[in-house]
Design a protein around this ligand. Structure first.
Ligand code: 4HQ
Length: 296
């Protein structure tokens, strides 16, 4: 992997030019008030990728958020653009070098707000704290974030410590790199920014926003392959429907996610499990940050 092909790469409308200075791949995309996302990766062609579609894509075009993709290889400081080296202590694979990653982080953070708590640097890794809706909400209440995407065996531990990088996992499985996890995190955060969701996609009624799994959904036809839509949903009794949906959400959560159920019922939320926040009850940092989703 040290010698990734250096063929021309597509970055959408932006035409890369030869230059010694590291620069964003999508410059001038951050008007005041936009949520600024910076991605550090050796595979910049993966972005915006899926984020250019649908709601996040429209919000990107509308400049509700901006995406600045930095190619970590630009910070290698050698003509072969080498970013990795063999692991200390031996073993398979390669490790991304501390000095290269640090240079990329420092460049990304150079124009961040002085209050670093509002512009976190996050490294996507299965070793990280599991991502929760609570953390997503906190991040969405901030001004932006910098995401470090690792490849190979990961990055040198010292750069994570020296730059106070937060490690976040999107789940207990192993991918080939942090780019897809970064996209998942960006999608989750951006959809909470004002103006991204319309009425139709509002988070107001999401069961998950109350720490429960979603109730089942149905649409026409009323009978499909011999299966009927639950009668109550066709009754027009809105209060009864809301009651039914809540009980479905509760039953499903009890059955499939006893961990979420404990957190929901204990009222102590994250305290139910010491190392993981189980509900999305906003913490102090996010309080007041997100209110209602704006209407279209
Ligand atoms: N990887 N949640 C290994 C992940 C991952 C995950 C990212 C693969 C980091 C070095 N990231 N690289 N699961 O599997 O966030």
């Amino acid at each position: 992997m040290a010698g990734e092909p250096s063929k021309p790469r597509s970055h959408g409308m932006f035409q890369p030019r030869a230059s010694a200075q590291p620069r964003p791949l999508m410059p001038d995309q951050a008007p005041a008030g936009a949520f600024r996302v910076k991605v550090l990766t050796i595979l910049p062609e993966m972005f915006p990728g899926a984020l250019a579609a649908s709601l996040t894509g429209r919000a990107l075009t509308q400049r509700i958020w901006s995406l600045e993709v930095l190619d970590i290889r630009e910070f290698a400081g050698n003509k072969h653009r080498t970013v990795d080296d063999t692991p200390a202590g031996g073993g398979p694979g390669m490790v991304m070098c501390a000095h290269v990653v640090a240079a990329a982080i420092d460049h990304a953070q150079a124009d961040a707000p002085s209050d670093r708590a509002r512009w976190p640097v996050i490294y996507l890794s299965p070793r990280g704290r599991p991502l929760t809706q609570a953390r997503v909400r906190e991040l969405a209440a901030g001004a932006g974030l910098t995401l470090l995407c690792g490849r190979f065996e990961g990055v040198d531990q010292r750069v994570l410590e020296a730059r106070e990088v937060e490690e976040v996992s999107i789940g207990d499985f192993v991918l080939t790199g942090g780019e897809i996890p970064a996209m998942a995190l960006i999608d989750a955060v951006v959809r909470l920014r004002p103006g991204v969701l319309g009425n139709a996609e509002s988070t107001e009624e999401e069961s998950f926003s109350r720490g429960l799994l979603e109730h089942p959904h149905y649409t026409r036809p009323p009978l499909w392959e011999g299966r009927a839509i639950p009668e109550i949903l066709l009754s027009g009794h809105h209060a009864k429907i809301a009651e039914w949906r809540l009980s479905q959400a509760e039953g499903l959560t009890k059955q499939r996610r006893p961990d979420l159920w404990r957190a929901h019922t204990s009222g102590t939320e994250g305290a139910a499990d010491g190392d993981r926040e189980l509900s999305d009850a906003p913490t102090s940092a996010a309080k007041g940050g997100q209110t209602k989703d704006r209407e279209r």
